[in-house]
Write a protein that binds this ligand. Sequence first.
Ligand code: PHE
Ligand code: ZN
Length: 857
Amino acid sequence: MLDAQPKTTQLSEYTEPNFWVETTELTFELQPENTIVSTRLQLKRNPKRPANSPLELDGDELELISVAVNGKQLGVNDYSLDEECLVIHNMPDEAVLETKVRVNPAQNTTLDGLYRSGGMYCTQCEAQGFRRITYYPDRPDVMSVFTTHIVADAEGNPVMLSNGNLITDSLDQGVRTVTWHDPHKKPSYLFALVAGDLVVKEDSFTTMSGREVALKLYVESQNIDKTDYALDALKRSMRWDEETYGREYDLDIFMIVAVDDFNMGAMENKGLNVFNSSCVLANPATATDATYQRIEGIVAHEYFHNWTGNRVTCRDWFQLSLKEGFTVFRDASFSADMNSAVVKRIEDATLMRTAQFAEDAGPMAHPVQPDSYIEISNFYTMTIYEKGAEVVRMLHKILGAEGFRKGSDLYFERHDGQAVTIHEFVGAMETANNIDLTLFKRWYKQAGTPVVEAQTQYDSSKQTLTLSLRQHCPDTPGQTNKKPMWLPVQLGLIAEDGQNINIQVEPAHFVFSNVPENTRVSLFCDFSAPIKLEYEQSTDELLFLLEHDSDGFNRWDAGQKLMLSWIEQARQGQFELSDSAKAGLTRLINSTDLDPALLTYLLKLPSESYVAEFSAPIDPVGIHHAREQVVNALANALESEFKACYKRLNIQQDYAPTHSQMAARSLKNISLYYWAMASAEGINQAQQQFQHADNMTDQMAALNILVNAGEKAQAQAALNDFYQQWQHDSLVINQWFTVQAGSAVLGTVAYVQTLIEHSAFDWRNPNKIRAVIGAFTNQSLVNFHQADGAGYKLLVDAILRLNKANPQIAARLLTPLTRWKRLLPQQSNLMKQQLESILKSGELSKDVYEVVSKSLI
Ligand code: PHE
Ligand code: ZN
């Protein structure tokens, strides 16, 4: 917890450690409330550091029992010990250090370090959880070979796992001891231990060099029927990484464990990935298509970390995007290959425009390579992950697939087994491609979203088209006067017949000749750079591009821009759907040559938070009502088209999570949504679908429609039925919470309060907190921002309650409040007051303190 002035860590102050750790041997005597961890480290002085510099070990919430150097017990005068550090002076250049500490997994509600989830033991060490397990140089540049002994009651712990290979397993009077050895050097954040009563689903994979790898997915016994898809996704990921990056797996066993209580999505511990159960477990009856896709992406992401993160790791946490940005880029490319590339691009751009652009425009804005932090857990952000991935993607665009692969090959060849920086990554790309990327590196150092202003001018006498581009980047905390960024501009010229010419250029001023009259310009195709584009386009032009742009992404983008303008018109009380728009949308709905997954996105209105990002100041209530008006107009104007589309797609078939089925279901369900918004007949059909669905995608879509479009009584009845049907399944109940808390109709402050008091809600489980409080504050904007500030109060109460119990989750929940400066004055003031009340409320965790204090500057 917070002492008076929490320390800021600066990138510029990085120094190597005084000692390296050659080997790490850990013994865990596991008991829920009293676990003893004995540690034996082989240490070697770092010759680059001053002679006689002390050994510095991190520790957090540990009870030190004993410490010995080279077999000699130390007395309290031989070391100094405070809340965060154990420092030993007068160390020999080579030494064996032995320590013994006590920890209490049962009391550990932070889900960081060693803790209990259900009846099992598990660990989470990234970024700084290992120091909650033992005294250690808990920094990623210290890489060591780990051996782990686990000693526990055999009956309660039929499964006992750690990284690497199983070496021994023995039983003595009800006490079982297993030993694991990981031959690969790794930093402490990749350590993991799991023990408990789990069952396993096994599979295997033969690598490109013909080695057989045992794949094991461990779950609680009631979930054994939810393991197939993750294993399938894992095998496809392993193959894809061999084919696309030439990367082979490097142990004989790869394990995944599903855990209910987990702060994040999943963790890439070497050979032993730990997953939030919501990101790995699925069967057709309980998981939606969206869940299947999330699982595929996250399984791939964690697997890909084996090379981008584990074999080549980060020197320090300022390099976090070195592994996360690159790995998100890799998992996005994989998902694009498995499903639809255009749709994946639309989803990622949507995430950038809603969440990442908002972060860039707020008080927590930071570069992809930050230069300081108070609490590193606060930097697992949209910027590090998503913008970091966009930056890698731009490199891929600039170098081309082949050049990029040459660069990644060189990166792995040069740095395997090392802890490196972003500079080394770009350096490998430069050497392999013989290119100077100095200017490009501004993307890593400058925060904020560049704005590009585009202008076009057509000269009909010369048949030339002139395009001018100008960029600027707004100031962000601590950064002003930014320099221009290197922008890959992918653009198309679309003649009236819809022909598209694709070229790649750098920004400035271009003249295209022999351009026919009425040619439209399609800029930043495929979202070729993560920027905000300001370019005037008429409604007719947008409609035309929505129908004819050969870049699928920009078709969608044109449609979104059009719909944004409709929502804006609705706010001015001036919206009416034009005949030409109606005709164009009708043609779209009826078109048969389009991927239904893309068509679904073309028909989807931008979400309220997407609209919010395009307005200043933000008026959440106004946005909600304006958007509703446009929804109703579309629904009414196109009712018969949506009804026909639904009927065409509503066919009996066995569920499979294939792209073509998922695409068809998405189009079917958006059609049902509009149909139900237009008529009671549509609602009745939703009711039918709700009752008879044989898969969660259809059932959940129908429930959503009933909740948001149906009568209150109908909605409540469906919610009750659903609860009766699924109360035994905690992951489904999370979805049930989200539908309600995230609903503009239902999710009022008073209603969300009843959800918090529901017996299925659990303050110790992050998924439940996200499903209720996260859904309310991020989706039900009209209620969260209700005029009296009660929504803010509800959130702040939750944050204070979690401040000490789970600081990481508490700090994450703060995000919507950090946006206070952008709201209308009334809301803005209330939000600010709530932030101030947090600051005054006493002892804050570092996590919460950092976000609140930076937000109030
Ligand atoms: N490194 C994990 C991932 O991105 C995320 C994570 C961070 C998980 C911190 C737990 C704690 O795959
Ligand atoms: Zn990751």
